[in-house]
Design a protein around this ligand. Structure first.
Ligand code: CIR
Length: 258
């Protein structure tokens, strides 16, 4: 098995990325240093990491997760909900198309990859400010072709589903109960984001079972450590300023070796 991780480099324009607090400032060099630590955490975990060139015309391009979804044996190319992000899609689709067949979400459908949480043969998809009913219906068809069922989840207060729910492994999720109906995830043991920790309920599960977590959430992290997860805490504060979580900076693909 070869495990690939695609990242997208941080453009000079990154400080102009979309933000829910438009006046918040981003330090470009700090963002690049944090991105490098993120990249190294994937290399250390055994991923073959490819970094796609930055695109200065698209400040949000490091959030590569939003432009494509790995779904079974194919890749669904998203149609991002934010018009300013649609030009990010083509270079990523070209890079990924070398590895797997591509399917595409077409307008009027919108879908951001950050709204798609795949757990085993279930595809949870957020109905959010970025993902609409047509996007969800198109994804549902693609998921059915892969033998997966789709469950839509209304998302409030955060940008994406994966800002509110993260799969930790086994039957466990990290959840921000204010943002989703937790009963939809009643089949999972739920670890709640600690109250007052101003971060997204976002984790990146590595192939070795450990979790990349945000260093700015010590009490939430303790809850995951208490049930036995190995944690790799990193600082992604510059990306959090632009409403990004931990999954959003990579696309992970597992390829069965020929
Ligand atoms: C945006 O507003 O689209 C970006 N500034 C942040 C996207 C974060 N994506 C993610 O968490 N999947």
């Amino acid at each position: 098995m070869t495990d690939l991780a695609f990242l997208r480099a941080v453009p000079d324009s990154f400080p102009r990325a979309l933000k829910s607090e438009p006046s918040a400032t981003i330090d470009l060099l700090g963002a690049r240093a944090q991105h490098d630590v993120y990249r190294r955490s994937l290399v250390d975990a055994g991923y073959d990491v490819a970094v796609i060139e930055a695109d200065d015309a698209h400040p949000d391009c490091p959030f590569i997760e939003d432009v494509a979804v790995v779904l079974g044996s194919s890749i669904v190319v998203a149609h991002p909900g934010a018009p300013s992000r649609r030009g990010e899609v083509t270079p990523v689709a070209e890079a990924l198309g070398a590895f797997m067949p591509l399917k595409r979400i077409e307008p009027p459908g919108t879908l951001d990859g950050g709204d798609v949480l795949v757990i085993d043969d279930t595809v949870y998809v957020g109905r959010s400010v970025r993902t609409n009913d047509s996007g969800i219906a198109q994804l549902e068809e693609f998921a059915a072709e892969e033998g997966s069922r789709t469950i839509s989840v209304d998302v409030s207060g955060v940008l994406h589903l994966k800002s509110a729910v993260g799969h930790l492994g086994e039957a466990m999720v990290l959840i921000a109960p204010d943002s989703v109906d937790r009963s939809i995830f009643s089949g999972y043991h739920q670890i709640e984001k600690a109250p007052g920790e101003e971060h997204l309920a976002s984790v990146l599960r590595l192939k070795n079972g450990s979790l990349v977590v945000t260093a700015s959430a010590p009490r939430t992290n303790q809850r995951m450590a208490d049930v036995g997860f190995g944690l790799v805490p990193i600082d992604v504060s510059e990306f959090q300023t632009a409403d990004g979580g931990l999954t959003c900076l990579s696309l992970l693909i597992s390829m069965v070796d020929a």
